[in-house]
Design a protein around this ligand. Structure first.
Ligand code: IVH
Length: 670
């Protein structure tokens, strides 16, 4: 393909991908399959790789992410981002309406909207292109999170129709509940701690440095206001309908996500409807927003120091129900943490039947002064799992016994411990306690550890319960016949599992070390230990002083490592892993020279004699360091033929030396 053909094809693909993205994510009415969409996107990615100067800031490939932002720039809002006054009752809404009526001539119209529970965002469009997206921050200035916002599929990168030249649109970025559950499920499988609630997770996600991660998590956005458009339409409701023509996702009237009314009764009807049905929404809301519709009325009403007088939020009370405490059970997590859980008389709450509620820890039980058969108040807060917030003392039976805490692990009867300063009790029997044993295997096969293809948490569960494995070393003795004998296991899956386990023997040492799940030995610590001590044997035999001499290893980690290897059962597992041929030492790459000692490189573009990975390897083999992105600290940029113009510009601006492939070879030979 020549350049001219590429230009035409990029334009065709961009337009087509934008259209199909809109049909899928905004209109929920796709015309082509996901496969066909991906094929088009792949084609565009390939062309962009070949002709990097054809990549624009608004290319549909930006949806996939990949841009890294080390530090988000601060941006001052052109229009301050205010908050809303809150109200909690019909009386307060009536007061607000009456005050508004006094200040305004004529009849008022009100727009009722959902109050999405997420993170506010202001997005600027110039000449129909998404220019900048900024978080609320303190209302006066926020953070520039443009790269991350561009990955949200329902936010258009390029507008259609008769949009104004320069305007800002504001809305709320949120985590759809389905995607939030999927993310937590994935984290459970990987042995990562689960996220507590969708709002905080949306906020954290928006500020992640790697936009690829943001893209994968599947955030969404609803828009609720435009600024700088002039009087496009006489009122807010009509403007919201109008921005749909430019490609924005707006709240559906049909689903009653937005409604216009002229009376307090109309407003209250909307509020009551959603107070009852909010549990059925595919996202979380924390109230309703009521806005005076006509812009000239909004102007008359004006603002207080913090919020507009023309709008008010109605906040839902956390839904609270009463139920009977039947029993308390104690769950043992993969790390040995004990969580008390209350079994309740089943009760309806927020659209679901609740049978269990978390009691968190011993302190919480004590604080509630919980007794058996108590009548308890249950709420669904920001967290997914409901919690007990109080006891109805009028219903307490005089002979009721206090709920205490257990001394022994319910799974293995080991004496529980509670470390100083911690609220949680733990079962210390890491090696012998069944849920902890199973948890250790799940951790070992997880994505960040051995990442074993064909093996997931469910299969581990079945293998463990079936007595086929009881620790990570057992995985390497599994046979096809054993696996195929399991329920619902097809030939192909059994083969994949066996092949996956075999392939994992090639994983580098630090992944195996991390996979063992030694307390406090996370991914980074495992890398440092591998780099410092080189082999499992050395680590297992290292004295306390030798361990703390390793970069970033402190007393706590050193003690935990020593404790791990003191246990005969752990040593046995490690010995078996060695025998099965796993990498239990660092495979040293041959060091060619140290001419690049202390120098950091960014390698970018396409080269003639070597591939990018080959060049990176050469840098390391000669003592240099590869870094991901250009910064003041970068010494050299090794620039290939089709390096992106913005990177080149950045390197030039920072005065970083730019090397061609030939320059690099010459440098090595110096
Ligand atoms: S209108 C002047 N409409 O609630 C403020 N805000 O407490 C105009 N929010 O920071 C905001 N849903 O992030 C508006 N439908 C909605 C909203 C909404 C959620 C958030 C917004 C704002 C906060 C105000």
């Amino acid at each position: 393909m020549n350049r001219k053909e590429a230009i035409t094809r990029v334009a065709e693909l961009t337009s087509s991908l934008n259209r199909h993205n809109h049909l899928y994510y905004v209109e929920s009415n796709p015309e082509i399959s996901d496969y066909d969409f991906d094929m088009m996107l792949n084609e565009l990615q390939k062309i962009e790789l070949e002709f990097p100067d054809l990549v624009t800031d608004h290319s549909p490939t930006k949806r996939v992410g990949g841009d890294i932002t080390k530090k988000f720039d601060t941006v001052i809002h052109k229009y301050p981002m205010l908050s809303l006054a809150n109200s909690y009752s019909k009386e307060e809404i009536e007061e607000w309406v009456n005050r508004a009526k006094k200040l305004v001539d004529g009849n008022l119209e009100y727009v009722c909207e959902l109050k999405y529970d997420g993170v506010a965002i202001g997005i600027q469009y110039v000449n129909g292109k998404l220019k900048q997206a900024v978080t609320r921050g303190d209302g006066t200035q926020g953070e520039n999170v443009t790269s991350n916002v561009k990955t949200i599929r329902s936010i258009p990168l390029t507008l259609q129709g008769d949009y104004p030249g320069d305007f800002e649109i504001r809305g709320e970025i949120f985590f759809p509940l389905d995607n939030f559950r999927k993310l937590n499920e994935q984290r459970r499988k990987n042995g990562d701690p689960e996220f507590a609630n969708p709002r905080n997770t949306a906020s954290g996600t928006l500020k992640m440095q790697d936009s690829k991660v943001v893209s994968d998590r599947g955030l969404d956005c609803f828009l609720y206001g435009v600024y700088g458009t002039g009087d496009l339409k006489p009122g807010h409701f009509e403007t919201v309908q109008k921005v749909a023509d430019w490609g924005f996702k707006i709240p559906s009237e049909k689903k009653r996500y937005i409604e216009k009314t002229t009376s307090v009764d109309g407003v209250m009807d909307f509020i009551m409807h959603w107070d009852e049905h909010r549990g059925q929404l595919p996202f979380e809301i924390d109230g309703i927003v009521i806005k005076v519709n006509q812009y000239h009325n909004q102007e008359e009403l004006g603002y207080t120091a913090k919020s507009p007088r023309w709008a008010i939020a109605y906040k839902f009370k956390a839904e609270r129900v009463e139920s009977k405490l039947k029993s308390v059970v104690y769950q043992v997590g993969r790390t040995g943490a004990i969580t008390p859980v209350a079994n309740l008389q089943p009760i309806q709450l927020g659209g679901t039947t609740v049978k269990r509620a978390s009691l968190h820890n011993a302190d919480q039980i004590q604080k509630l002064d919980l007794h058996f058969e108590d009548s308890v108040y249950v709420e669904k807060g920001g967290e997914i799992i409901p919690k007990i917030v109080g006891v109805n003392l009028n219903e307490r039976k005089p002979e009721a016994e206090t709920v205490g805490f257990i001394d022994q692990c319910p799974e293995c009867q080991t004496e529980l411990i509670r470390r100083e300063g911690e609220a949680q009790h733990y079962c210390p029997n890491e090696v012998g306690c069944p849920p902890q044993k199973k948890g250790k295997i799940e951790h070992f096969i997880g994505r960040k550890a051995m990442d074993i293809d064909g093996l997931g948490a469910e299969t581990v569960d079945a293998l463990f319960e079936g007595g086929l494995i009881s620790n990570v070393a057992d995985l390497y003795e599994l046979t096809f016949d054993q696996v195929i004998g399991m329920d619902r296991m097809a030939d192909r899956s059994a083969n994949n599992l066996i092949d996956g386990v075999k392939a994992s023997k090639e994983k580098p040492f630090h992944k195996v070390l991390f996979g063992l799940g030694i307390r406090f030995v996370g991914e980074t610590v495992a890398k440092k230990l591998a780099k410092g001590l080189k082999s499992m044997e050395a680590i297992s035999k290292a004295s306390f002083d030798e361990l703390v001499a390793v970069d970033e290893i402190g007393d706590k980690i050193a003690m935990s490592i020593q404790e791990y290897f003191l246990d005969e059962r752990n040593r046995k597992i490690v010995e078996r892993l060695i025998a099965y041929g796993l990498n239990l030492e660092v495979v040293e790459k041959e060091q060619a020279s140290n001419v690049l000692e202390g120098k950091s490189f960014v390698v970018s573009g396409v080269f003639n004699a070597f591939s990018r990975p080959e060049l990176k390897e050469m840098i390391e083999a000669n003592g240099g360091k590869n870094v991901g992105s250009i910064s003041k600290k970068t010494d050299f940029v090794l620039a290939g033929d089709k390096m992106g113009p913005s990177k080149l510009q950045k390197a030039t601006d920072l005065g970083i030396k730019i090397l061609s492939e030939d320059d690099f070879i010459a440098l090595l030979n110096e």
